[in-house]
Design a protein around this ligand. Structure first.
Ligand code: B1M
Length: 214
């Protein structure tokens, strides 16, 4: 089997929501020494994007989306140790979470994983995180960066709420704020006064690196 065929099987396992097949084919990709990032981007992520499209088009329902997410998470579980590698001295501290009312975590988890790979210490607050919890974590843990993920057009306003609360509490100058998630763009980031926006996990790492240089 070629690498491309294996990646297609990984993608199909996510589309079909087959956790065990996702594990089988990701393991096969690892055995064939396919770059783990390629398995993530051209196998698992491609699959979940198609799941999202089928949902938007009315062919898939919520349980199908959930099964796709579970298959993707199983695959990521196998890739994570290969991507994160050994622990190094922390390059900086980042707090990350998905906003209140939003349960989407796969993208945020990938950003967390990539930041750890790049040597950052990351405290992942999880999903459905209230603004006050972000602010409390900034106060208590003094990170250099706080990352806020949102995947729903109905929850992106929460990113702004967190920035406003940081201002109110006198903490805004203490921390850089980055935002991301499928509905987010640079214009929104500028509008709410974030320090940066990243379209994907690799760019999020570059963004953090650049912000901490200045
Ligand atoms: Co939902 N969902 N979902 N969902 N879901 C979307 C987002 C949607 C676009 C599907 C669609 O209609 N096509 C749609 C949102 C529409 C909108 O608001 N515009 C949607 C909807 C409507 C919903 C529900 C409301 C459905 C319902 O109940 N009727 C519901 C909401 C629940 C809630 O949150 N309160 C819901 C539920 C779910 C599941 C729970 C079933 C599941 C999530 C499971 C989980 O996360 N454990 C789910 C899934 C899987 C999806 C899709 C299919 C995939 C999301 C994903 O994981 N993508 C999604 C469709 C899609 O996005 N194409 C969809 C893969 C991931 C790698 O990409 O998350 O974009 P992404 O992350 C990227 C970048 O965005 C970026 O880097 C990541 C990696 O490269 N990034 C950052 C993300 N965060 C960042 C932070 C940063 C920087 C970069 O700095 C801080």
């Amino acid at each position: 089997m070629t690498g491309e065929e294996i990646l297609a099987e990984v993608m199909n396992a996510v589309i079909e929501g087959e956790e065990e097949l996702a594990e089988k084919w990701v393991q096969e990709a690892i055995n064939q020494q396919i770059d783990p990032l390629e398995v993530l981007n051209n196998g698992l992520t491609k699959g979940i994007e198609i799941v999202g499209k089928k949902f938007a088009d009315g062919y898939y329902f919520l349980p199908d989306m959930l099964l796709g997410a579970k298959a993707m998470e199983r695959g990521i579980g196998l890739l994570e140790p290969l991507l994160v590698g050994e622990k190094r001295k922390a390059a900086g501290k980042v707090i990350m979470g998905t906003v209140e009312g939003d349960l989407h975590e796969i993208g945020k988890n990938i950003v967390v994983m990539m930041l750890k790979t790049a040597g950052y210490q990351v405290n992942d607050l999880g999903v459905d995180v209230p603004a006050a919890r972000f602010v409390e974590a900034v106060r208590a843990e003094k990170p250099q960066v706080v990352g806020i993920s949102a995947l729903l057009t109905t929850t992106i306003a929460r990113q702004q709420e967190i920035i406003e609360l940081l201002i109110e509490e006198g903490l805004r100058k203490e921390v850089k704020v980055i935002v991301g998630g499928a509905p987010i763009n640079q214009r929104w980031a500028d509008e709410i006064g974030a320090d940066g926006y990243a379209e994907d996990a690799m760019r999020a790492v570059d963004l953090v690196r650049n912000l901490l240089k200045n």
